[in-house]
Design a protein around this ligand. Structure first.
Ligand SMILES: NC(=O)C1=CN([C@@H]2O[C@H](COP(=O)(O)OP(=O)(O)OC[C@H]3O[C@@H](n4cnc5c(N)ncnc54)[C@H](O)[C@@H]3O)[C@@H](O)[C@H]2O)[C@@H](O)CC1
Ligand SMILES: Nc1ncnc2c1ncn2[C@@H]1O[C@H](COP(=O)(O)OP(=O)(O)O)[C@@H](O)[C@H]1O
Ligand SMILES: [K+]
Length: 476
């Protein structure tokens, strides 16, 4: 599991640790880790041209101390001080002692740099880069140098993943002590490049429950439902799919395709696209409806391609877990969802989330963490917000928000969400909690999409058929 903590928590842990260490020792740990990581990226340190962008806080201090270490190993290191009279005094002194030089002209040194250390702001920065830092950041990005963000890319919001102004796009980020939510969540995540975590001994001082977490293969492997000798198709779970319409029969087929790969023992389809479903997947149990007469299911999926067809409230009346997606989300009444005793999983994309929250799509996309938490609280349900970084939140901030680390932007194609809803519903029927079902489904779906795309456009059908490979990856 990759876990992330908000700034307040990181600072509290740092204070505890600093109290046990000699003066400045923690910053030296950070700088040593940063210098080692940077040296690895450079390959050859001797003779390399490095530029340190140093703001007025400790982030600049880290960068200056790391610059000093690189200078001692023979790199030519220049510093661009964003606020010369407020640069970290000890860091700057160490930098100058090691042979580092303060640049006369920032643009000259940036144009010739091999690598830039971005130490403008770290966890103390808010509101995007200040105007005086913007041209320097742009020159760094416009150069041929590798840009390495110190702790986090300057200008992003560490806690929320928002980018409220200009930020410096890094090729890599070296972060200290713990991941921060903004390193995992878009839009900020898009500025980080590859993220490396430097251990500075913070872990024992951090709480056991983080703010965000990202599953990895081993976590998913533990959560996947696997049949045993005692299993039969009913014990493995039956998932019911209420989807498709005369206008959108394909949504039914794709949701069923996802469900067939999700580990449930059987898939029931209820609706007008039964013939299309059977033609494609003869293993499906089909009926024309209504859902209450379809036979026993352990979880329902309702919504993909339904159009205006009614039936969502009928499904929500069932006393089993229900996943509501797509058309099922339109005008969904929070009171109806909150009153349910069984779990509910809502799976909106940003546009659907925006409609439910009464805000613009852009607002949801710029503040994904806040939006998913707010929706979960409003509906008293687990919410999976789809998009460039898919998030899964439980209501009441009970558990860390899950951030999906897999996926590809090739997934932005019609029908891929239908596959996801069927897959997540199948995992619900197999007995996973809404939070686990949503996050495991997003993980497999993203992995599968990478198989299906492999550098070229994918189709939603191919995402479904590649799910088998995604399961195998996770077990391998
Ligand atoms: N306290 C410690 O011992 C440690 C601190 N660490 C470093 O310290 C950093 C946090 O340091 P600080 O709390 O001093 O804060 P930062 O250095 O992140 O930023 C605060 C400074 O940046 C300026 N600033 C704020 N917003 C800005 C903006 N939008 N554009 C330009 N300048 C802006 C402020 O005037 C302030 O001087 C961490 O990110 C990490 O790099 C690490 O070295 C780990 C150990
Ligand atoms: N830019 C993106 N990067 C990664 N994944 C994306 C991106 N855009 C969409 N996706 C994923 O693609 C799927 C699209 O679902 P959705 O919007 O419901 O489409 P549809 O309704 O056509 O099936 C979701 O799983 C979503 O997370
Ligand atoms: K930084």
């Amino acid at each position: 599991m990759r876990i992330a903590y908000r700034v307040e928590t990181v600072r509290a842990a740092e204070q505890e640790l600093i109290a046990r260490l000699p003066d400045g020792a923690l910053m030296q740990r950070a700088a040593a880790g940063l210098a080692a990581a940077t040296a690895g990226m450079l390959g050859r340190v001797y003779g390399a041209r490095v530029v340190v962008l140093a703001g007025s806080g400790d982030n600049g201090g880290d960068a200056l101390y790391a610059g000093a270490r690189l200078a001692r190993r023979g790199a030519g290191v220049s510093a661009v001080l964003l606020a010369p009279d407020r640069a970290h005094p000890d860091g700057l002194a160490a930098f100058l002692r090691a042979g580092g030089r303060v640049a006369d002209d920032p643009y000259d040194v940036l144009a010739a740099a091999d690598l830039v250390l971005d130490g403008i702001t770290g966890i103390g920065g808010h509101g995007g880069l200040r105007p005086d830092a913007v041209p320097v950041a742009r020159a760094a990005r416009g150069s041929n140098a590798l840009v390495v963000a110190v702790d986090l890319p300057s200008g992003i919001e560490a806690d929320s993943g928002e980018v409220l102004g200009e930020a410096l796009h890094a090729d890599a980020t070296v972060t200290f002590g713990a991941y921060k939510p903004g390193l995992l969540v878009d839009p900020a995540h898009a500025y980080t490049g590859a993220v490396r975590l430097v251990d500075i001994g913070l872990e024992p001082h951090l709480p056991s429950v983080p703010d965000c977490e990202a599953l990895q293969h081993a976590d998913v492997a533990q959560l996947l439902p696997v049949p045993t000798g005692e299993s039969d198709k009913y014990r493995r779970g039956v998932v019911g799919i209420v989807a498709g319409s005369a206008r959108y029969p394909g949504a039914a087929v794709l949701a069923v395709a996802g469900a067939l790969h999700g580990g449930a023992g059987a898939v029931r389809y209820v609706g007008p696209a039964a013939d299309d479903v059977i033609a494609r997947f003869p293993e499906t149990l089909v009926s024309a409806g209504p859902p209450a007469k379809a036979g026993r299911v352990q979880a329902w999926v309702v919504g993909p391609g339904l159009g205006d067809a009614p039936g969502v409230e009928e499904v929500l009346a069932a006393d089993v877990p229900v996943l509501v997606d797509a058309d099922g989300l339109r005008g969904l009444d929070p009171a109806v969802v909150r009153d349910r005793a069984a779990p509910t999983l809502l799976t909106p994309h940003a546009g659907e989330a925006a409609a439910l929250l009464g805000v613009s799509r852009a607002e949801v996309e710029s503040a994904r963490l806040r939006s998913v938490r707010e929706l979960a609280d409003r509906y008293g349900a687990t919410v999976l917000l789809k998009g460039s970084t898919t998030l899964v939140a439980d209501p009441g901030g009970r558990a860390p928000v899950r951030v999906n680390p897999t996926g590809t932007s090739w997934l932005a194609t019609a029908g891929s969400g239908d596959v996801l809803s069927g897959l997540a519903g199948s995992l619900l029927a197999a007995g996973l909690t809404a939070r686990d079902a949503g996050s495991v489904a997003a993980y497999l779906h993203g992995l599968s999409a990478r198989h299906a795309a492999n550098g070229a456009p994918l189709t939603a059908s191919s995402v479904a058929s590649s799910l088998t490979n995604a399961w195998r990856d996770v077990y391998a």
